[in-house]
Write a protein that binds this ligand. Structure first.
Ligand SMILES: N[C@@H](CCC(=O)N[C@@H](CS)C(=O)NCC(=O)O)C(=O)O
Length: 204
């Protein structure tokens, strides 16, 4: 049986959807968490693109969190059943990822004045815009993001939800019951339920 090692920082962020997919598939994995302050400098040089997460599977090193997630989603049966269904799932993931990128653009802005401006715009327009759209998609799909069924788009959102809330500086589900439902559905799923119960206390 293939043994996996996920290497990431001691946070949820881009690593958590991967941990959830591995857990859903009941795949044998080591959750290797790097201490950023102490060890990152020496690890970085050895990473294919100087970044994490990476997933090692029997000697093969995979990187790029979305590519890793797609690989695992296919492996554990959380994609569509034909190219059009795959498109629906990818489309949902891309919507969520666009939201993440907007938040990250403000969160990691180095210039203090520009950062404040970006946050003002996020609060006034971008966050409600994306959350309303995503909530409507989840409503149409009965508490999922695509195909009215559980797919890795739900895992992607749920795994990143704490990170998204921290970056948005608000609970992104507070006023969006259908987004809450996606998370509830996902964390009730066998494998993910056990993972969420035993995982290290959330750090984002
Ligand atoms: N597109 C990459 C982005 C990876 C990324 O941004 N990783 C960050 C942590 S979330 C990182 O390694 N930062 C440390 C660095 O760049 O030195 C992915 O999705 O895997």
């Amino acid at each position: 049986m293939t043994k996996y090692t996920l290497t990431y920082f001691d946070v949820e962020a881009l690593g958590e959807p991967i941990r959830m997919l591995l857990s859903y598939g009941n795949l044998d994995f080591t959750d290797n968490r790097i201490d950023f302050e102490k060890d990152w400098a020496k690890f970085k040089a050895a990473m294919p693109m100087g970044q994490v997460p990476i997933l090692e599977a029997d000697g093969k090193i995979m990187y790029q969190s979305l590519a890793i997630s797609r690989y695992l989603a296919r492996l554990v049966g959380l994609y569509g059943e034909n190219p059009l269904e795959d498109y629906e799932v990818d489309n949902a993931v891309d919507n969520i990822n666009d939201f993440r990128a907007k938040l990250a653009g403000a969160q990691y802005e180095q210039n203090a004045v520009a950062k404040e401006e970006k946050f003002k715009l996020l609060k006034a327009e971008t966050i409600p815009y994306f959350l309303e759209k995503l909530d409507a998609i989840a409503a149409e799909n009965d508490g999922h993001f695509a195909l009215k069924k559980f797919t890795w788009a739900d895992v992607y959102f749920t795994g990143m939800s704490n990170y998204l809330s921290v970056m948005a500086q608000e609970d992104i589900t507070a006023n969006y019951p259908n987004l809450k439902k996606v998370i509830e559905n996902t964390v009730a799923t066998p494998g993910i339920k056990e993972w969420v119960e035993k995982r290290p206390k959330p750090k984002v």
